[in-house]
Design a protein around this ligand. Structure first.
Ligand code: PLP
Length: 370
């Protein structure tokens, strides 16, 4: 019999009976979107869970990036990482801003703060780093550079739900942080996302912008967009929020098992936990040095696939290699040696709350035995 398929992730689904009860309540209320009861409840619950003062819910994790850039009137050039999901750079491009790629650090896959200053020009107005795989950027170094040059910092924290550094939410860094609640993420609302901000005035402005710019029944204060989360997904999000700590702990146990089994395999590298960080174990990337390991990343990727194990090559190809961006001077591989190498080495192994011991043994066997 063919082995069951092991996918890279599996959605955290609330109990269907519980969801049905909330759906019944939404039907009774007859209010299905536009800042309804569950939308407000989820914003409150997320502020508490994430230990942040203000959250504005969105319909996905891309529109908060686009909207944050709009809200801060960012223009000219924005420094960012090529080692991310395309939405990071697309959000810059959609605002008519030129992305400027800066290389990453091998130890975290995050924007290398020591390389940012050299990329700043008189047109630079902001930095958009990504907490790649949920691993915290060096937020202090990035902020010091931003302060020195008067730049804004918008963190794409799509992977960093619930990540704390020394007990403080990583989402409090920079001017704003964005989250994605896509089905593939640690915490999901099917599709969804949010912007996290520091003050009420910004929250209000973002709330206007995500609702066409409406500040009242007849007043439009800015050219806004429609990116509101509806009541069904807000209710779903309230239920999945109650399950997320257990899911993160289950992922933690998967990370422990991978590390035990894969430590010492020649030519294979992975990340350990960082001191003082509460990780969310959103991904488990491994990096293959083909010469030392004995086969290439792609050979391993296809071997896993043959055995019905679906890893993902996040983040390959690099954003800077896509046709829209590859002509930019900063997109040249010579400017991005670390990102270029890691994009060729990385596979994210299956990582979710439902992986069984048997699943893990199957995955580990392929990697160890090649
Ligand atoms: C780093 C990063 N930024 C942005 C996004 C976009 O989020 P969404 O798919 O919810 O629009 C994603 C993932 O999907 C992501 O991984």
């Amino acid at each position: 019999m063919e082995n069951k398929q092991i996918t890279v992730t599996s959605p955290l689904l609330p109990d269907l009976g519980d969801f049905n009860e909330l759906l019944k309540d939404i039907w009774d209320r007859k209010w299905i979107t536009n800042n309804g009861y569950y939308h407000k409840e989820l914003e409150k619950a997320l502020c508490e869970y994430l230990k942040v003062p203000f959250v504005s819910l969105f319909t996905n994790g891309t529109l908060p990036l686009i909207t944050a850039l709009q809200a801060m009137h960012i223009s000219g050039e924005v420094i960012t990482t090529p080692f991310s999901f395309v939405a990071t750079t697309h959000s810059i491009w959609w605002n008519g801003i030129r992305p400027v790629f800066v290389d990453i650090e091998p130890g975290t896959c995050n924007l290398d703060p020591d390389k940012i200053e050299a990329a700043i020009t008189p047109r630079t107005t902001a930095i958009m780093p990504v907490h790649c795989y949920g691993k915290p950027c060096d937020t202090e170094k990035i902020q010091a550079i931003a302060d020195k040059y008067g730049l804004k910092v918008i963190y794409d924290a799509a992977h960093a739900f619930g990540v704390d550094v020394n007990g403080k939410s990583l989402l409090t860094a920079g001017d704003m942080s964005t989250l994605s609640f896509h089905a593939t993420k640690v915490y999901n609302t099917i599709e969804g996302g949010a912007l996290v901000m520091h003050d009420e005035k910004t929250k209000k402005r973002i709330d206007f912008l995500k609702n066409f710019g409406f500040a009242g029944e007849t007043e439009v204060v800015a050219p806004g967009i429609n990116s509101k989360m509806d009541e069904m997904r807000s209710a779903y999000g309230l239920l999945s929020l109650k399950m997320v700590d257990d899911a993160i702990e289950a992922r933690h146990q998967v990370a422990i098992r991978y590390r035990e089994a894969l430590r010492g395999v020649p030519g294979l590298r992975f990340f350990d936990d960082m001191p003082g960080v509460r990780h969310n174990y959103s991904y488990f990337p491994i990096f293959i040095n083909a010469e030392e390991y004995g086969c290439t990343r792609d050979e391993l990727y296809f071997k896993l696939k043959e055995k019905n194990i679906l890893g993902r090559r996040y983040f390959y190809p690099l954003i800077s290699t896509f046709s829209t961006y590859r002509g930019l001077p900063s997109a040249s591989p010579a400017n991005l040696p670390v990102a270029t190498r890691l994009a060729e080495e990385v596979i994210c192994l299956p990582m979710h709350h439902e992986l069984s011991e048997e699943d893990l043994n199957r995955i580990i066997e392929v990697i160890v035995e090649k």
